[in-house]
Structure formats: structure tokens, C-alpha cells
Design a protein around this ligand. Structure first.
Ligand SMILES: [Zn+2]
Length: 421
């Protein structure tokens, strides 16, 4: 008898760990959620971009996760996500990942063949006219021209996702892995109507999609709060959930299909709206919160003083000197005002607590500096250049760092999103 396909749980948390040191501290956030009565499945994600920048191998992500799972007797599922992969980058992840985030953002806007666009609109008369999507008010009117416009923009990307999915399936076997398609790292957000048309196109490719990451309205800058119209976000997020339920019913997509929010961490002002929406619609959710674990390491180093603080300052100084190079790969997800970055001479005088307070994301604190935080967020490459020294100092600050990582994930992310606290 064929085994049933690998299925992602209703609530899941994508955690990133640049230097593969914090898996136990991250898993502890899921343990605390379990104790509070909510199952949150851990997914360790690391993108090809991060591996290239650090010079690490995908096998290390699985090894660190497996060790934490074993040491902590975690007896629920857990996964390893090949995050933001493409056809040319996926292969080295295949032995080590059971979750694939197929990134087709770069294919958005590349034109599909005109016959394919016409065939898509012919195949989907149900997308044209007044759509009665339960929960979406008022009902949406969609013309054939609109379907063709969206298809011209997204059909090629959906076809590309199909090619990558089938490439992975050929090696791993169908049903042996979880598939996400991401379109978040692009300039223009997708409306709920566009999402519906995109889902129909992904269903046409026969991708057993379990999570989908659209680009939401507003800015999702790395490690800092949401920038945008929270009320509009809440409306569209609710509509997206309704669109997903509708697409599951009408396009034959897996019944556990859910939204994936590539949060970039710390989107505190929209966690309340997200929690209310998933409760209202009894919807599942995957949230990725990757890079703040590295920031907790920097904060822990600084707080520990001595050599740790010196290293934190050194990394900051180098980050200022190499700003363009560090920020380039992250241009669509950071907004740094150079005028607000203190110079090396100023930072040299800071105590550990002063450095920590500037980096730690506490919006009520006047000394918190979101420009420093974003710059350090993308500055992890600099620690990779002095890895031995970095890792040994991390070890000596491990108590502070471990509690920082768990606290950040559980109290600031899991609680507001999944527990509604
Ligand atoms: Zn993303």
C-alpha cells in the first residue's frame, strides 16, 4: 500500500539559524507552545543565499535540527526547508530537505506564450464573472481581460514552479516532501484576486501545494516591524484565507493548503490581525521568522562584554564599511537610513548594555535603532569570515543567547500569532 503523503501540520514555525548553533533554543519555543496547548511544528529553513554567503552546506541544517530533536525528545513532526530555491540551486538540498520553497519571484512578469494565456482563460471560465467567494465582501467581478492580464504576469512563473516541482519529485518521489511556492521577494504585492488566479495556475501544474507565500501589501523589512496600512493588510489577509479555502474546494489543491508569511521577523503590529484571521477562518498558518536568531547572538555577545562586545563592535564597523555589498541581496526587504547609523567612533564608546539596547527590537525604548538592527541583520557574512572566533565566543555567551532566542521566538512570535496573547 502506498504510504500517505507527507503533510505539514496546521500551525508551523519556520526558524532560521545562520550558524547552526541554536536549534535546541528554537525547538524550546515549540515545546513551550505545546505546553500551552497548541501544536506548532518546527521547520528549520535556510536559503541558498544564506548558504552561499556563509559557505555552509545544507546537510548541517538537518544535522543540527536532528540533534536538537533527539536531545529534547521532540516526538512531533519536524522539517527542513530548502528555502527560496530555484532550478539551478535545488540539487544540493535534495538529500537533506523534506520541505521545498520554490521561489519563482524572478519569473514574475516574464511573458508566457500567448497561446498558453488564451488556453488558461479558456480552461477557467469559473474565474470569470462575479465570483462568490465565501467570506469575501463585496463579491469580486473579474473580466476575461483581467484573467488574461494576471496570466500574462504570473503564468510563466507558475509553469516554472511546475518544472522545479517535477524535478524534485523525480528524485525524492511524489508525496515525500512538502511543497511551498513563494512570490514574496518581488516589488508589487498580489491582490486576493491575483492569488486566486495564481493558485488555479499552480493547480494546473499539478503541484500538491501545501503552503503559498504571496507578497502582502506593505513592507516586510528584515527584523523590524511592519510598515504599511495595517487595516488594509488585515482585510487582504482575511480575503487571502477565503481565497485559499475557495481554491482548495474548486481547484483540487490539498485540503491543508495554507498561507506562508515570510515575516522577516518582528512584524508585531500585524500579529494581532493575523491571529484573529486564522481563528475566524479556522485556517492553518506557516510563519517564517529567520534572521533574528543571529541578532540574538550579537546581542548576547555584546551583553557579555569583554571580547564578545569587541567582536560585536568589530562586526558593526565592518558592516558600515561594506554596506552596499551586504545590503545588495536584500534590497527589497530592508530600508536603512545611512544618516541614522552612528559612526565607529561613537559605537566604540558603548558599553555592552548600550550596544544591546540599540539592537534589541523594543519600540518603546528610545535608544533602539532600527537602522543598526537591519544593517546587522544582513551583516552575518562578516561573522562567517571569522567563524572560529565567533563560534567560541558564542559558546561562552551561550546562556544569555539561548534564553534570548527562546524568549524572542516564543514570547514575541508564537504567543501573539498562535496563542493570541
Ligand atoms: Zn521569503
Amino acid at each position: 500500500m502506498p504510504s500517505s503523503p507527507l503533510k505539514l501540520g496546521k500551525y508551523s514555525l519556520g526558524v532560521g539559524d545562520r550558524f547552526a548553533q541554536q536549534a535546541p533554543a528554537q525547538l524550546q519555543a515549540c515545546v513551550l507552545a505545546q505546553r500551552a496547548g497548541v501544536e506548532v511544528i518546527p521547520v528549520w529553513n535556510k536559503s541558498n543565499r544564506e548558504h552561499l554567503i556563509i559557505g555552509s552546506e545544507p546537510s548541517t541544517v538537518r544535522a543540527a535540527a536532528a540533534a536538537a530533536v533527539k536531545a529534547m525528545n521532540w516526538n512531533k513532526p519536524w522539517h527542513v526547508d530548502a528555502d527560496h530555491i530555484r532550478l539551478e540551486t535545488v540539487d544540493r538540498f535534495i538529500p537533506h530537505s523534506d520541505f521545498y520553497t520554490i521561489d519563482v519571484a524572478d519569473s514574475i512578469g516574464k511573458p508566457a506564450a500567448p497561446e498558453a494565456v488564451k488556453a488558461f482563460a479558456d480552461r477557467h471560465p469559473e474565474l470569470i464573472g462575479t465570483l462568490e467567494i465565501p467570506g469575501v465582501q463585496p463579491s469580486v467581478k473579474v473580466t476575461r481581460e483581467e484573467v488574461e492580464r494576471v496570466a500574462r504576469k504570473y503564468l510563466f512563473a507558475a509553469q516554472e514552479a511546475g518544472v522545479i516541482y517535477r524535478h524534485i519529485a523525480k528524485v525524492k518521489g511524489e508525496g515525500k516532501f512538502i511543497t511551498e511556492v513563494s512570490m514574496d521577494e518581488t516589488d508589487s504585492p498580489q491582490t486576493p484576486t491575483e492569488l486566486l488566479i495564481i493558485l488555479a495556475a499552480l493547480a494546473d501544474e499539478k503541484i500538491p501545494l501545501q503552503t503559498v507565500a504571496p507578497k502582502f501589501t506593505g513592507r516586510f523589512n528584515k527584523g523590524v516591524d511592519y510598515v504599511g496600512d495595517v487595516a488594509q493588510f488585515e482585510r487582504e489577509f482575511n480575503d487571502d484565507l477565503c481565497v485559499i479555502a475557495f481554491a482548495v474546494k474548486n481547484c483540487g489543491l490539498p485540503e491543508n493548503l495554507k498561507l506562508s508569511v515570510h515575516s522577516g521577523s518582528d512584524k508585531f503590529s500585524i500579529y494581532g490581525p493575523i491571529h484573529r484571521a486564522i481563528k475566524r477562518h479556522n485556517a492553518g498558518l506557516h510563519v517564517k521568522t529567520a534572521g533574528t536568531t543571529w541578532l540574538e547572538e550579537i546581542i548576547g555577545l555584546a551583553e557579555n562584554g569583554g571580547e564578545g562586545l569587541s567582536l560585536a563592535k568589530e562586526i558593526y564597523n565592518e558592516a558600515i564599511a561594506h554596506m552596499d555589498e551586504l545590503c545588495g541581496p536584500y534590497a527589497s526587504v530592508i530600508d536603512i537610513d545611512r544618516q541614522k547609523l552612528p559612526d565607529a567612533a561613537t559605537v566604540a564608546k558603548w558599553t555592552g548594555p548600550q550596544f544591546a539596547v540599540a539592537v534589541r527590537h523594543d519600540p518603546r525604548c528610545g535608544d533602539y535603532n532600527k537602522h543598526i538592527r537591519q544593517l546587522l541583520h544582513v551583516g552575518y557574512k562578516l561573522a562567517a569570515h571569522k567563524l572560529d572566533r565567533y563560534l567560541s565566543l558564542i559558546q561562552s555567551s551561550s546562556g544569555l543567547i539561548t534564553s534570548g532566542v527562546t524568549h524572542n521566538l516564543f514570547d514575541r512570535h508564537v504567543k501573539p500569532i498562535f496563542l493570541g496573547e
